[in-house]
Design a protein around this ligand. Structure first.
Ligand code: UGA
Ligand code: MN
Length: 338
């Protein structure tokens, strides 16, 4: 019988450990990602990120102990939480109108697919409405529900064109306020401003989660073009592909950038403003973060892929409600929530 001495055993274990590490690194760097599910890809991206960080820490001789990510391929329902994965804090202004529940339903069902996600929903209302309260309670999402009323003077009137006054400004600020108050520099995450009516690909969230300062990407159907986009040269943003007001410091849509949470916390006072020219909201906020063009991190395949669309929902006309009332004495049942 072969005797395994404790010394030999130790050596043997070490060898196995290194061989396994080597195999893992090789696998992660070379395995073809097209065949993997979205969640598997996400975990791989995350592992790659950790490995690079670990290598850097090793160079600095800082000891690292990392918890492992466990992910079963048989898992059908996406996990809501993956240890150590940076959080996405999405800030969504919303307001009462006929289409509100439909918009929130569509959006929330996208968001259910995203792990480590916190939805901050701010109603443009004097108090929280029953509709949104119930909706969020049943959404299955991690959320914070707030309200902040836009003063009447700044609010769009029924007949106003929708570009006349800024929308969602105080609501996004209330969301930022919540983050600054409730999160600190130990929280790992990214802030993204998501309007309630846009269309978001799940792929977008996997990319923006790893923003270091501010990341940017194209937005489809925006600015009267097929898309608006940062122009990327040698992996850096060099200019902007926009028609409307290209002179703005950051000529892009609210849906086209994300901010690292810790980076934002270095400028905790940064806010949007009701008093800036149309189209200058994004520039107002980003200027307060002192970011320069070459600080911006291009995402979405060097800004060549469209992963978010500035969609708009047509206003519903209720012309037949009145006709129904005339004919039958009553319209549709108002106790049924739409
Ligand atoms: C465009 C941009 O995509 C917005 O990010 C920007 O805030 C807006 O223009 C602007 O310039 O103010 P657009 O589709 O025209 O967006 O605006 P909406 O989708 O009607 O509103 C943006 C967000 O504000 C939505 O989440 C909406 O629910 C919310 N909103 C709108 C309010 O909270 N209150 C309102 O009275 C209207
Ligand atoms: Mn919109």
């Amino acid at each position: 019988m072969v005797m395994i001495t404790p010394r030999f055993k130790k050596k043997y274990l070490f060898l196995c450990f290194f061989a396994f590490q080597f195999f893992l690194m090789f696998y992660i760097s070379w395995c073809p990602t097209e065949d993997l599910s979205r969640m598997e890809k996400l975990v791989l991206i995350y592992q790659k990120q950790i490995m690079t960080q670990d290598l850097e820490l090793k160079k600095l001789k800082v000891p690292v102990t990392r918890p492992k990510i466990y992910y079963g391929t048989e898992q059908k329902i996406l996990p809501k939480y993956i240890k150590d994965l940076p959080y996405i804090y999405a800030i969504t202004p919303t307001y009462t109108r006929l289409e509100q529940k439909a918009e929130l339903t569509r959006l929330s069902q996208t968001l259910l697919h995203i792990p480590n996600f916190h939805w901050i929903v701010i109603e443009d209302a004097i108090t929280k409405t029953q509709l949104v309260t119930k909706f969020l309670r049943n959404s299955g999402l991690n959320y914070t529900h707030l309200n902040a009323l836009t003063p009447k003077h700044y609010k769009l009137e029924e007949k106003d064109p929708n570009w006349l006054k800024p929308r969602g400004v105080l609501q996004r600020n209330a969301g930022l306020e919540w983050i600054v108050t409730n999160r600190n520099n130990k929280s790992n995450g990214v802030i993204y401003f998501m309007d309630d009516d846009n269309t978001y690909s799940l792929k977008l969230f996997d990319e923006i989660r790893f923003t270091e300062k501010v990341s940017v990407w194209p937005v489809g159907l925006s600015g009267g073009l097929r898309f608006e986009s940062p122009i990327v040269t040698n992996n850096e943003v060099s200019n902007w592909f926009v028609y409307w007001k290209p002179e703005r410091p950051f000529p892009m849509d609210m849906a086209g950038f994300a901010i690292n949470l810790n980076f934002f916390l270095q400028y905790p006072e940064a806010r949007f403003s009701l008093r800036v020219q149309r189209g200058y909201q994004e520039s107002t906020l980003l200027s307060q973060l002192h970011v320069k063009l070459n600080d911006l991190e291009p995402k979405a395949n060097d800004c060549k892929e469209i992963l978010v669309w500035h969609t708009r929902t047509e206003k519903t006309k209720l012309k037949n409600e009145d006709k129904l009332k005339l004919k039958y004495g009553h319209g549709s049942d108002l106790t049924i929530e739409v």
